[in-house]
Design a protein around this ligand. Sequence first.
Ligand SMILES: Cc1cc2nc3c(=O)[nH]c(=O)nc-3n(C[C@H](O)[C@H](O)[C@H](O)COP(=O)(O)OP(=O)(O)OC[C@H]3O[C@@H](n4cnc5c(N)ncnc54)[C@H](O)[C@@H]3O)c2cc1C
Length: 464
Amino acid sequence: MFLNDSINLEPNIFTLELVEYEYDKTMFKRYDSQHKQLPSKQARLTKKRLNHETGFSRRRFLRESLLSSVFVPLFGCGGGSSDNTLPPITVRSTPGELSQAQTTQSILIIGAGLSGLVAAYELSRAGHQVTLLEARERSGGRVHTINLPFSNGQFAEAGASRIPSNHNLTHGYCDHFSLARDPFYPNTERYFEIAAAQASFIDANSYINQPPWQGSVNRSAYSKIRGGMSLLPTSFADQLSNSIIYSQAVESVTQSNSEVSVTTQDGSRFQAERLLCTVPLPVLANIEFTPSLSVDKISAANGGYNYTDSSRLYSQFDSRFWLEQNLNGWGNSDHPEEIWQPTWDNDQESGILQSYLRGSVARDFDQLMLDQQVAQIHQRIATAIPAISDFTSSNFVFSWANESWSGSAYASPTSSQASQLSAAIAESEGRIHFCGEHASNFHGWIQEALESGIRAEQEIHNSV
Ligand SMILES: Cc1cc2nc3c(=O)[nH]c(=O)nc-3n(C[C@H](O)[C@H](O)[C@H](O)COP(=O)(O)OP(=O)(O)OC[C@H]3O[C@@H](n4cnc5c(N)ncnc54)[C@H](O)[C@@H]3O)c2cc1C
């Protein structure tokens, strides 16, 4: 059976299907066999006609509008004015697209995860001056495709990995950036299940036509981004490259009646009319707010809103010995854990087996040394694939609890925490707005990060 923690994710999938966005739904009507959504004929014709009439391609429009709103460090420069030369937005081409701003604002965003990126992207396109401050040297936050230390160009995901077919915002932005998707679960060979130290095997066709947990779509309706999930955040970041400053960990935020100012770890200071904070709750308390945040936000940031930890072990082998048993390298155990072979759909000799642990088993796992972690997981997999003990592997562990700018994997509040605190977590305080998967009604998906980013961007856009 699947993990208790994944049951926390279950309501997201169905409830979000019902959420209505101001997005041209014709764009979502058609799917090809790999769940890639195709714009309707009408939408394609409208876009073509506009491009023809203006002689201005959408890609060129985006590039030029972003270049024209080049970031200006706000300390000492004041904020708020914009040259306002951007052409009006005429086609609703993304789920979160805003109308052109009548009055533009300067906006600081803390965090270049997907919630911050989508807000930065849409606010910039609407004409606002946006500056994104990111503590890490990369964008994406909890969407992180790992290339090193793997050889042969193989890669695996540290965080977000699969997209259910009904996550309209995630697919909508993948379409917008022309990111191809492939099936997430293999449709060949056999899967294994390990329970009470016994292995059983299931034909791929039966396995993928069942949901991974109750209430979810079937496994066959999950996809991944071809080339790695990080292509989604980097697609946003490429368009925002003039507005993102990396290695800028925010340490303090002060707001007055007219502006918000921010100081980062290296002493840099920035000012703007509005601030959007996307920092996950386990690391929010690292930032000092003046005046202080509401009692409810402080309580949530100090452990009052539960999170699920998660760790993954990756073992890259020179050969895919599991194929000898007609296995695809995928299964699950009652430890509990999911075991994936993220390399199942490339045709190289080598392959990666990955164990995905959540909750208390991930926390216990984090206490072990690497050789103990490898021994423990390989021993369990050997119940289904005995040959694993005959092969050596290069091994790598990723723990979200050990990540300084995340602190854990995703919010999973109890129902009483959710009813007491979730509204307060998302609520703006003066000129400071909040978003992120934790500031949504459901948790643990890119869809929620995007949904909350779109909600916050609308709040800011309408706040003049
Ligand atoms: C193990 C795991 C598995 C997942 N699986 C899936 C999946 O299969 N499918 C799916 O759709 N979703 C999945 N998710 C969820 C998805 O990855 C998240 O919901 C989403 O990426 C969160 O985006 P965010 O913008 O809210 O937060 P984040 O991505 O965490 O972004 C916050 C950003 O703020 C930055 N930051 C933090 N503190 C500071 C500071 N002081 N100063 C400046 N910057 C700061 C961080 O570096 C980070 O970049 C998974 C997540 C995890 C961890």
